[in-house]
Ligand binder design. Sequence first.
Ligand code: NJP
Length: 235
Amino acid sequence: MTDLTDKVAIVTGASRGIGRAIALLLAMQGAKVVCVARSADELQEVALKTDGLALPADVTNEEEVQHVVSETLRHFGRLDILVCNAGVGSFDVLEHFNVAEWDQIFDVNVKGTFLLCKAVVPHFKKQRYGHVVGIASDVSKRTFESGSVYGASKYAQDALLSALRKEVRSYGIKVSVIYPGLVDTYFNEAQPGGAEAQKTHLRPADVAQVVRYVLEAPPLVVIDELMIHPITQEY
Ligand code: NJP
């Protein structure tokens, strides 16, 4: 088993939802967590709870992403884990989307993942160690009506991470991709905690447990992919 004590982990989208739950759980395992998202106040609250570092940043901005990585290394002197979780989505028939909405979804879900990996992987290669975890989606593997744009972005994010896994394996770097089904979060302007969603959706902590499981795998073991659904969800 890989001990997470004192491992340094960047978690994007840590201000709420799944990312917040991942940050809290990794901190409980003794990891030093760098919380990244745009909402500075929410991020500060998570950083206080995790005894970690809040670095407000937009994952679509290369300079801000580079700053997150250099500031992490300056502050902690090491970096072991990257969790690419920040993501956005909305759902409608294809012709109702405009180009700005397409760009926003692809910028956060695909370019954000690309920029974080681009900034972190050279460091991981130098130390010949590191673990990238991507929070993709079950719709990285299937399509559905009204999911064309979001689904395309999640297929692209998955392809990027799967190819990266092949590029970095010989350096001892792991890349794991998690494919959650419905999760009770603020995603797509939802309000979590409703009675119905509690019966039909995973909790953010369920996904966080999967991330922990993947990260704690023995050094020789890489869990490439892991899909998780609420038992009530038709898939
Ligand atoms: O959503 P939500 P989830 N730069 O809205 C951050 C995937 N997923 O936790 O910047 C930096 O509660 C945002 O922070 P802020 C989904 O695709 C979900 O459900 O402050 N951060 C917030 O912390 C996504 O990849 C479901 O607004 C940015 C976080 O992202 C991941 O799970 C199902 C940002 C979003 O929190 C987490 O989403 C599935 C930016 N430009 C996959 N833009 C589900 N919930 O059902 C957004 O299959 N964030």
